[in-house]
Ligand binder design. Sequence first.
Ligand SMILES: Cc1cc2nc3c(=O)[nH]c(=O)nc-3n(C[C@H](O)[C@H](O)[C@H](O)COP(=O)(O)OP(=O)(O)OC[C@H]3O[C@@H](n4cnc5c(N)ncnc54)[C@H](O)[C@@H]3O)c2cc1C
Length: 321
Amino acid sequence: MSLTTAQALASLLDEHDRAALRAIFGERARFDEPLGSYTSWKIGGPADVFVTVERESELAALMAHCFARSLPWFVLGSGSNVLVGDGGMRGVVLRLGGAFAEVHARAEVTHVIVEAGASAGMAAVTAKAASLGAIGIGSLAGIPGTVGGSLRMNAGTDREIGDFVREVWVQRPTKPEPHPVTVQYYYRHTTLARDAVVSRVTLAFERGDPKVVREEMQARLVRRKSTQPIALPNAGSCFRNPEGDKAARLIEAVGAKGWRHGGAEVSPLHANFINNVGGATAADVAGLLARVRRAVHDRFGVELQLEVHLVGVFTDETHAG
Ligand SMILES: Cc1cc2nc3c(=O)[nH]c(=O)nc-3n(C[C@H](O)[C@H](O)[C@H](O)COP(=O)(O)OP(=O)(O)OC[C@H]3O[C@@H](n4cnc5c(N)ncnc54)[C@H](O)[C@@H]3O)c2cc1C
């Protein structure tokens, strides 16, 4: 192992950090915690510390500590759009829970309003909103993320979460108390500051007939089941669609469906999905992503851009050699 790799794998926490984190989070601070079980790909090496943050005051204390100590940190939602390196992540990995999971929905005269904490699941948000007749909610149905992760990604299908946002509250190391911000939304990305943790969001939908909205949502969920390998560990679409085309079409055209690299396989059902078919490492997935990208470039001259976020330390240990 080279010195550089050893350094990349060495914990950044000292005893002072460990004591401070234990004081804030108690048992909810887990040191050297493997991250695989917190991602939909079931892949990822250990975090120096993994904390579950349950209140805005705890998040403010954590942000202040990281800022004072210049400690890197990363916020994980439900891990359905990230590939965590096999070498894990240095510094603090945090996940929101507790009060951040609350969802309140109400019907007003013309609109349905949803106030959600950032760790609320999109499944809970879409179900509540649909029951009140939120028009357009079907475009967010079946996305297996949290509200915070979905906002960061501007997740959606024909319509995106950004189309419905009324207010976003964040906390940052330089301004740890919750405060509202203005965000611009683009295809699978936003202007949200890199160091902002979304803490809560208010969404507003035009109000329609709940029965019609629920039926439309149900039809979309059924369609998703037949076109996506949702029973297998994956992270949804790996690449963004290039302007005017579909990444899945290009990947299928180069014959990549079924390609394997170690325990990673290009889905035979949906070419833009990579499944962990058994014991895949991040290096396996990264190797397959690179092969697919090269093949599409060589055949079509198109440089596919990743939709999934690659985070943490990537090492060369791949099963495929
Ligand atoms: C089977 C399957 C189907 C999918 N279908 C779709 C789809 O139809 N449309 C679509 O757009 N996506 C889809 N996805 C991708 C994924 O579900 C979305 O991108 C989702 O919104 C990510 O949310 P998450 O909570 O899992 O975020 P994570 O994957 O945990 O994180 C994604 C990014 O958001 C950041 N983040 C997470 N929480 C916060 C927060 N509170 N504040 C600030 N930043 C935060 C993370 O740091 C990371 O950079 C699919 C994934 C799977 C597995």
